[in-house]
Design a protein around this ligand. Structure first.
Ligand code: ZN
Ligand code: ZN
Ligand code: FE
Length: 745
C-alpha cells in the first residue's frame, strides 16, 4: 500500500514518527520526504496495516497538520525492513516549510539534565525550534539555513543521524560545544558567559531598566510590566504614545492574576505557535501598559532564554514589545540593534546566528470560542491556505497600511508575514525583499499580479511597475473574497465589509459595504450614508473632526448650542471654521467608512478626541461596552443606512448624563441591528442566504459576536475569518482569489 500525506508534515518529525509506527505494527517498506509531501510504502498483514493507518491519524506529532491522505492499494513488492529514504527533489513541486515552533517540554527538560545541553539556550529538536525565521532557500536542510556556519559536534551529529533520537534530522540541532551563543552588551562591557548574561540581564529588569534582546524573528524590547517608571521610559524609547504593549508572563498562573483567560484563550496561549492573545485585562499592571483599555495582549515564554530569564527576574510579567522605533520594521541585525539601542537601553542581548526572515509576534483574539488571527506572523507563516481552485503564479500585493502579500502555487496560497506600513521606506524594502524570498522558497515566478484599485497605494504602484498583467481589485470585494477563500466558499454571498477606508469605484472612500458577490463580480447593494471628512486625512488622527461632521449632519449649525465635551475640546472657533468648510465643501472628501462612524461616536461620547495610534477611538469605544445592555439606538434604512437618528438620541443621552458605557453599547447594538435588517432585505430580493463578514471592524469582539449570532439565529449561513486577518492583512488573499478565478474563467 502506498500512502501520500500532504500538509504540514515536513520539518516536524513526521518521518521518524512513521518509522516508529511501522516498526510497532511489524510492517516493511519505506518513507520519504518528497517535495509534494511525505510518501509512505508499507507492506504486511491487513490488520497490522489497518492499525498503522489508525495510529498515523491519531498519534501524529502535535505540530503536524495533515491536509490530505491519498491511499493507493497496489500489490506488495515483498520489501524487507523499513527505511527512511533520502529526500527526492522533484523540481518545482515544493513541499511545505514549517513555521517557527515554541521550545518543547522535552527540550526544556534537556537543559536541566543533558550534560552537553545544560542551560543551553538554543536547545531544539525535531518537534520544536526555529524554522521559517532561519531558512534562506529551499529545501529545508541545514546548509540552507542560518545554522550553516555552525559545524555539528560529534555528539550532535550522532543524534542527528539516529532514527530513534528526538533530534533525528533536526536541522538546527546544537549544543553547548557547537551551537550559537548569546552575548550581553552593557556599555563598553560585554560577556558571552551565559550565567553572567542571564544574571546581569535579570538585574537590569529588576532595577527597572530597559533591555533589547534578540528574539526568534527580530529584536524585542523588555522591561518590568509592573513598574510604572520602566513602562513610561519604554514609551519614550519606542516613541509610542498610546498603543498598548504586549506582556509576556512567567507562566499561566501568573497570567491569570493579571488577565482573564477562558479555555479557548488558554489553548491558544499554550499552543506551539505561542501567539500574543488578546485577553480580558484586570488592570493590575503598570497603567502605561494599556493606558486603561479593558483588554491585554498576553503571551507565554517560547524561547529557552525566556524561561532562563524568568528564573532570575522577580516580576512575573514583562513588557516584551517589538524592537523598533516608531513605524520602522523590527530590527533583525546585531549591528543595527547595537547602534540603535545601546545608548537608549541599559543593555543589549545579541546572539551570533542570523535572523533570515523577519517575523513579528502574531496576535490572535478568541471570538465565539474560535481563534481569530489579527496579525499573522511568527508561528503561522509560511503555512499555506488551500483553495478550491488553482491560483498558480499569481502575486497579490495587498493593501498599504497593514502590508502583506500572497503568492499562489497550484491551489495553495502562501500569505507573507505581517510587513507593516509600506509608507515607511525601510518597511517597503522589507516588502520587496520578502516578495523575492517567497518566490525563491516556493519556486514561483509570477505571471500575473493582483493589486488594490487605489492608484496611490505603494503596493499598487509596485504592481504596476513589474511589467506583468495586473488585475485591479476593489478593496472591499477583496475583503469578502478573502473570507470566502479562507472558508472555501464557491457560491454567491452577501458580503458585509466594514473597515476604515478603501478606494471606491465612485471616487469616494468606502468602508461600510453590503455587497452581493462571488469571486468575479460584485454589486454594491447598500452602505452607510456618506460623511464629510473635514480636513481630509487629518480625521484619522483627530476623531473629534468626525464627531463634528456627524453632529453637523444631525443638527446643522445648531450643533454649537449642544453641551458636549467635544465642543469644549475643540473650541468654538475651530468648530465654526470646520462648519464653514463643510458648508462650502472645502477639503471635505466623502467617506462611508464604518471606522469613521466609530471615530465620531468615540468623540461625541468624550472617550477619544485625538487618536495616538491606529484605531484607538474604536478600541476605546469597544472598551466602554457594558455587555448586559440590550437596547439600541435607531437608524434609518433606505437605499443607504443613516445613523443620524442614533446620533440625535446619543446626544440627548449625553446631555442627560447617561453613562457612556450604556451609550457606547446602544451604538454598537444599533450597528448590528441595522446590518441584520439590510442583510434580510438583500436575502429577500436575491434569495441569497449566506453572509461573509470581513474588514477591520470585525476585530471588535462585541460586534463580531453579536452580529454573527443575530444572523445565525435568523437562519443565515455565516462565514467569518479565523486563519486570515479580517483587517487589511488579509486583503492579499482576496485579491489572489479574485485574480485566480478570472484565470480559470
Ligand atoms: Zn524540542
Ligand atoms: Zn553539539
Ligand atoms: Fe480594509
Amino acid at each position: 500500500m502506498t500512502v501520500q500525506v500532504k500538509g504540514l508534515v515536513q520539518g516536524v518529525g513526521y518521518r521518524p514518527f512513521v518509522y516508529r509506527m511501522a516498526m510497532q505494527h511489524h510492517l516493511t517498506g519505506w518513507v520519504v520526504n518528497r517535495t509534494d509531501g511525505v510518501m509512505i510504502r508499507v507492506e504486511g498483514i491487513a490488520s497490522h496495516m489497518a492499525g498503522f493507518m489508525e495510529d498515523l491519524r491519531n498519534l501524529a506529532p502535535v505540530v503536524a497538520q495533515v491536509d490530505e491522505v491519498i491511499i493507493d492499494q497496489d500489490l506488495p513488492e515483498g520489501l524487507t525492513g523499513f527505511s527512511i529514504l533520502a529526500s527526492q527533489d522533484l523540481g518545482d513541486e515544493t513541499s511545505e516549510i514549517c513555521p517557527d515552533i515554541a521550545v518543547c517540554p522535552d527540550c526544556l527538560a534537556d537543559i536541566l539534565n543533558q550534560p552537553h545541553r545544560l542551560h543551553y539556550p538554543f536547545v531544539n529538536c525535531t518537534n520544536c525550534g526555529p524554522r521559517f525565521s532561519i531558512i534562506r532557500s529551499f529545501p529545508y536542510d541545514r546548509v540552507n539555513t542560518a545554522m550553516s556556519v555552525f559545524k555539528m559536534c560529534e555528539q550532535c551529529q550522532a543524534e542527528y543521524d539516529d532514527i530513534n533520537d528526538r533530534r533525528f534530522h533536526a536541522q538546527p540541532v546544537a549544543c553547548n560545544s557547537c551551537g550559537p551563543v548569546y552575548t550581553l552588551h552593557i556599555g563598553k562591557h560585554c560577556t558571552d558567559n551565559l550565567q553572567e548574561v542571564i544574571e546581569q540581564s535579570a538585574a537590569v529588569i529588576n532595577n527597572g531598566g530597559l533591555l533589547a534582546i534578540k528574539g526568534l524573528g527580530g529584536f524585542h524590547l523588555m522591561c518590568d510590566a509592573t513598574n510604572d517608571a520602566a513602562v513610561s521610559n519604554m514609551r519614550q524609547l519606542k516613541q509610542r504614545e498610546g498603543k498598548p504593549f504586549a506582556v509576556m508572563f512567567r507562566d499561566l498562573e501568573s497570567l491569570k492574576i493579571y488577565g482573564e483567560a477562558g479555555e479557548a484563550e488558554v489553548s491558544s496561549l499554550t499552543s506551539w505557535r505561542r501567539p500574543v492573545v488578546i485577553i480580558g485585562n484586570k488592570n493590575k499592571l503598570a497603567h502605561g501598559v494599556t493606558l486603561g483599555l479593558n483588554t491585554l495582549g498576553a503571551f507565554l515564554p517560547y524561547m529557552p532564554i525566556h524561561y532562563l530569564l524568568f528564573g532570575h527576574i522577580n516580576t512575573p510579567a514583562i513588557v516584551l514589545t517589538s524592537g523598533n522605533i516608531a513605524d520602522e520594521p523590527v530590527i533583525i541585525s546585531n549591528n543595527l540593534a547595537m547602534s540603535t539601542f545601546s545608548e537608549l537601553t541599559n543593555g543589549v542581548i545579541t546572539y551570533n546566528r542570523d535572523i533570515v526572515n523577519r517575523s513579528d509576534d502574531s496576535v490572535v483574539r478568541i471570538i465565539l470560542d474560535k481563534e481569530r488571527i489579527l496579525r499573522r506572523s511568527r508561528g503561522y507563516v509560511p503555512q499555506p491556505l488551500r483553495l478550491s481552485y488553482d491560483v498558480n503564479g499569481i502575486l497579490a500585493v495587498g493593501a498599504e497600511l497593514s502590508g502583506c502579500f500572497c503568492i499562489g502555487k497550484e491551489n495553495r496560497a502562501y500569505l507573507s508575514q505581517h510587513i507593516g506600513d509600506l509608507k515607511n521606506h525601510e518597511t517597503f524594502q522589507f516588502f520587496e525583499e520578502s516578495v523575492s524570498r517567497f518566490q525563491q522558497l516556493f519556486r514561483i515566478k509570477p505571471i500575473k499580479i493582483a493589486a488594490d484599485l487605489h492608484p496611490d497605494y505603494l503596493s499598487t504602484r509596485y504592481a504596476t511597475s513589474l511589467g506583468l498583467p495586473v488585475v485591479y481589485v476593489q478593496h472591499h470585494h477583496a475583503h469578502i473574497a478573502s473570507c470566502m477563500a479562507e472558508n472555501n466558499v464557491d457560491e454567491q454571498v452577501i458580503g458585509l465589509a466594514f473597515d476604515g477606508t478603501g478606494y471606491g469605484t465612485d471616487g469616494h472612500t468606502w468602508g461600510s459595504e453590503f455587497l452581493v458577490c462571488d469571486y468575479s463580480v460584485f454589486t454594491r447593494y447598500s452602505h452607510f450614508a456618506y460623511m464629510p471628512l473635514p480636513g481630509g486625512d487629518l480625521v484619522t488622527h483627530e476623531p473629534w473632526r468626525m464627531g463634528l461632521a456627524l453632529l453637523y449632519q444631525a443638527f446643522g449649525v445648531d450643533l454649537m448650542q449642544l453641551r458636549l465635551p467635544l465642543l469644549e475640546y475643540a473650541g468654538r472657533k475651530k468648530c465654526s471654521l470646520l462648519i464653514e468648510a463643510m458648508e462650502k465643501d472645502i477639503n471635505c472628501p466623502l467617506s462611508c467608512g464604518a471606522g469613521r462612524l466609530f471615530d465620531a461616536v468615540a468623540s461625541i461620547t468624550g472617550l477619544c478626541h485625538a487618536a495616538r495610534f491606529h484605531a484607538e477611538a474604536p478600541m476605546r469605544l469597544e472598551s466602554a461596552i457594558i455587555p448586559d445592555i440590550t437596547d439600541s439606538y435607531d437608524t434609518e434604512i433606505s437605499d443607504v443606512i443613516s445613523f443620524i437618528p442614533a446620533i440625535r438620541q446619543m446626544v440627548k443621552d449625553m446631555e442627560g448624563n447617561t453613562d457612556v458605557g450604556i451609550i457606547a453599547t446602544r451604538f454598537h447594538n444599533a450597528l448590528c441591528n441595522a446590518s441584520l435588517q439590510v442583510a434580510q432585505r438583500i436575502r429577500k430580493s436575491t434569495g441569497i442566504t449566506s453572509v461573509a463578514l470581513s474588514g477591520g471592524i470585525f476585530q471588535n469582539k462585541y460586534i463580531s459576536e453579536k452580529l454573527e449570532m443575530l444572523l445565525v439565529n435568523d437562519n443565515f449561513t455565516v462565514y467569518t475569518h479565523s486563519h486570515v486577518p479580517c483587517n487589511d492583512g488579509g486583503i492579499a488573499l482576496g485579491q489572489l482569489a479574485i485574480a485566480g478565478s478570472k484565470i480559470s474563467k
